[in-house]
Design a binder for this molecule. Structure first.
Ligand code: ADP
Length: 392
């Protein structure tokens, strides 16, 4: 190993950890703490074929990170630095940065922009800095890849003072994933990234699509917060802003309660009333649930519409790339989406799609079509590489 980097992804209910080689991406060890902040917190560590499971006495972010690091003292002693996934960099942070007290304070001031995610990221940073005071630590931002958005893509048509005085603009998220898969797609297509114009589609619990023009993000579906854009597991994606006041009045809710429902009770879950999980919805639809079938239909239609819109930002479409849990594994979602994109010169190869492009170098499009690829994402590797760059 050239070096090893510890990557921490500290979310609101889970913490993921990996120790990996920033050059090859090889994992020495991975860890996962789930159901943080409940009575049922669990910690799992995987080292090669060995798996350790434990129940931490303290199920807070601080507690599980102390447990994870405590179980890995030998590996942790060797790491050259710690990379943290941070969801929002605001206007100030447009590339990865070494963490010190000043940066942490500035991140604290950004929590208003990402109240659902940043506090958990900061809890991870605080815990890791306290546990590993001798290790340099780096923040890698989900928004950073989208720093190249032009003003006509990032400005909202709202009073200019909202932008100037309150940083109201579109930022975009999932940047590490869009950056990774666009570079991988260029390798798979055997063409320089600088010559390619593609739409990358990240479909996990959160979903976003990005127009990547010659290696740079020029438009993306998420905005000020990760609520804008595509239909997601529990998030609505785009709605008419007028809906907020209307439903608040009808249900007697305040704005915070309406936003909470748009973030946690909407999307696939809200439409289907069954699940936020695409795999469960596909099973329910196969078993005859009309609500599950409708949720999948809305998801794919809205996605196809977004790919069409992003093609405008590219002026020429050289590839479409699917990634994330749904993008990598759901042949149904890909097929239903591609079926709506004939206008863009896209056609599916049904057999290649059915096995996720595994025997065709990722390619799932018919011959003569704009290439469509399935590319497994690796956000941890992007974080490890940026961290290594800053600490070496
Ligand atoms: P996260 O955004 O939390 O990292 P993932 O990228 O793992 O999430 O994506 C989770 C989503 O992927 C869930 O909706 C899950 O149902 C879906 N998914 C995973 N495997 C499959 C599959 N084989 N078929 C359909 N959907 C799948």
């Amino acid at each position: 190993m050239a070096a090893s980097i510890l990557v921490l992804n500290s979310g609101s209910s889970s913490v993921k950890l990996a120790i990996l080689d920033p050059v090859t991406g090889d994992r020495a060890v991975t860890g996962l703490a789930e159901r943080i902040g409940t009575d049922e917190t669990t910690v799992r560590i995987r080292r090669g074929s060995e798996e350790l499971t434990s129940t931490p006495a303290d199920g807070s972010h601080r507690g599980v990170i102390a447990d994870l690091l405590g179980a890995l003292t030998a590996e942790v002693a060797e790491v050259a630095g710690v990379g943290h996934r941070v969801v929002h960099g605001g206007r100030r942070f447009t590339s990865s940065v070494l963490l010190d007290d000043t940066v942490v304070k500035a991140l604290d001031e950004l929590t208003e922009l990402a109240p659902l995610h940043l506090p958990a990221n900061l809890a991870g940073i605080d815990a890791a800095r306290a546990e590993l005071p001798g290790h340099p630590q780096v923040a890698v931002f989900d928004t950073a890849f989208h720093r190249s958005l032009p003003p006509h893509a990032y400005r909202y048509a709202v009073p200019a003072g909202w932008y100037e005085d309150h940083a109201v603009r579109r930022y975009g998220f999932h940047g590490s994933s869009h950056r990774y898969v666009s570079a991988r797609a260029a390798v798979l297509l055997e063409r320089p990234l600088g010559s390619l114009r593609m739409v990358t589609v990240h479909l996990g619990n959160g979903c976003s699509a990005t127009a990547v023009r010659e290696g740079r993000s020029v438009d993306t579906t998420m905005g000020l917060t990760p609520l804008e854009g595509l239909v997601m597991g529990t998030r609505s994606g785009d709605v008419d802003a007028g809906l907020l006041g209307y439903i608040a009045g009808r249900l007697g809710l305040d704005l915070a309660a309406v936003l909470d429902q748009l973030n946690t009770r909407s999307g696939l879950l809200g439409l289907s009333g069954i699940s936020n999980d695409m795999r469960s919805l596909e099973q329910a639809a196969d078993a005859g649930s009309a609500a599950a079938a409708l949720a999948i239909e809305v998801f794919c239609y809205r996605l196809a519409k977004a790919i069409g819109a992003l093609a405008v930002a590219l002026e020429r479409l050289d590839a479409v790339v699917f990634t994330g849990g749904i993008g990598e594994h759901s042949a149904t979602v890909r097929s239903k989406t591609l079926a709506r994109l004939g206008l863009l010169g896209i056609g599916e190869d049904a057999a290649a799609n059915a096995d996720h492009g595994e025997r065709t170098g990722g390619r799932i499009s018919a011959s003569g079509s704009v290439p469509v690829l399935v590319v497994p994402t690796d956000e941890e590797l992007v974080i490890a590489r940026d961290t290594w760059e800053l600490v070496r």
